[in-house]
Design a protein around this ligand. Structure first.
Ligand code: GDP
Ligand code: MN
Length: 346
């Protein structure tokens, strides 16, 4: 079976992947993975899945990033999983540490309070750095400079369907900037003040708000409160130039200074999602309904019989079973813009 592709990029060697400047590869795409040494075996599991379902036919390179130096054991174990090129990068200290405007004593006090209130991961200091890194820094890593698109993968994820086309090419041809598989509800205790900060940013920056935005998905009351819907960012296929843009840079810097990555437990998922919903027209955000994807305990499983043929997921475990992933269904039902002046006048 030839891989089904767009614009006739057919054949093992011409499709996507392993791009080097000056060659004829159509898309500069890479898998990007933030991971710890101790997750080697969980990471191998994810790679087995993505190689089997997709990348053995494409050979897109992998970029592994870590705040600690990768061990030889990790590197050898990972390289054995693919014939594609693999790069290992160390995260610069400035991208994984406290900015000078953060009060670390206050941050610690807040972590203790959140822990007492059972806020998920709030007591784990490194988790805050991880969320901040994924929100504002991964796309600035020097190893990513030569790429236009990234596909995020994590340890212990499973691709449950054969992927018989190239999502990178799909994104490029349709001018899609952000692709997701699962829409989720966020735990409000991780982001109590986030929406107020977003409204403050939006009020000061109405010129950045896209007229065809998807903000009806982010707020069910015309901007007053956050719906808690977000794209679950452990899967993402995105356009790096979206994150490198002036509006995203201003947005991240603004949120960073508000302190919520450390004084609360803001996740990169709502941060990416609200930016995509606000800055992009809704037709540049794509739900990959046909990609079967499991990050326990939630998954996306295709609902249409044709896509399901090459899957082993049970469609009953798809998008409507659980209230936490009902946001996917809401997205499918349709989104609409909130006009920028709603924020200007708020
Ligand atoms: P969850 O999906 O929210 O439960 O969080 P994970 O434990 O899966 O972490 C999200 C991603 O960040 C995964 O790819 C982890 O490997 C990675 N990650 C989390 N904490 C750290 C850390 O301290 N250092 C590094 N290098 N990666 C981390
Ligand atoms: Mn995870």
């Amino acid at each position: 079976d030839e891989p089904k592709t767009f614009s006739g990029y057919i054949g093992e060697n011409k499709v996507g992947g392993d791009y080097k400047p000056g060659t004829d590869k159509p898309v500069k795409g890479a898998f990007v993975v933030l991971v710890r040494n101790l997750e080697l075996y969980q990471m191998k599991e994810s790679m087995q899945s993505i190689e089997d379902r997709f990348n053995r036919k494409h050979n897109y390179p992998y970029i592994f990033l870590n705040d600690k130096i990768f061990t030889n054991e990790f590197k050898i174990g990972i390289r054995a999983m693919t014939k594609a090129s693999v790069k290992f990068g160390l995260i610069p200290k400035e991208h994984w540490s406290y900015p000078e405007f953060i009060n670390q004593t206050f941050a610690k006090e807040q972590r203790d309070i959140m822990f007492a209130n059972k806020v998920i991961y709030a007591e784990v200091e490194s988790y805050h750095h991880m969320c901040r890194y994924n929100s504002g820094f991964f796309y600035r890593h020097p190893l990513l400079t030569e790429y236009d698109y990234y596909w995020r993968i994590e340890p212990s994820v499973t691709y449950t369907c054969d992927i018989d086309y190239d999502p990178f090419i799909y994104m490029k041809e349709k001018n899609i900037k952000y692709g997701f598989t699962i829409g989720m509800l966020e735990y409000i205790d991780t982001i109590p003040s986030l929406w107020d900060k977003i409204k403050k940013f939006a009020k000061q920056n109405t010129h950045f708000i896209n007229k065809n935005n998807s903000l009806s998905w982010m707020s069910f009351d015309n901007g007053k409160t956050y719906s808690r819907c977000h794209f679950w960012s452990n899967f993402e296929i995105g356009d790096l130039n979206f994150f490198r843009s002036e509006e995203y840079t201003k947005y991240f810097d603004f949120l960073d200074r508000e302190g919520g990555f450390f004084y609360e437990r803001w996740g990169d998922a709502p941060v990416h999602s609200i930016a995509a919903a606000m800055f992009l027209p809704s037709n540049q955000i794509h739900y990959f309904s046909d990609i079967g994807y499991l990050h326990p305990p939630y998954q996306n499983c295709p609902q249409d019989p044709k896509s399901l043929q090459k899957c082993f997921c049970d469609p009953k475990n798809g998008i409507i079973v659980d209230k936490f992933i009902q946001c996917t269904k809401l997205w499918v039902n349709g989104v609409s813009p909130i006009p920028p002046n709603v924020f200007a006048n708020s």
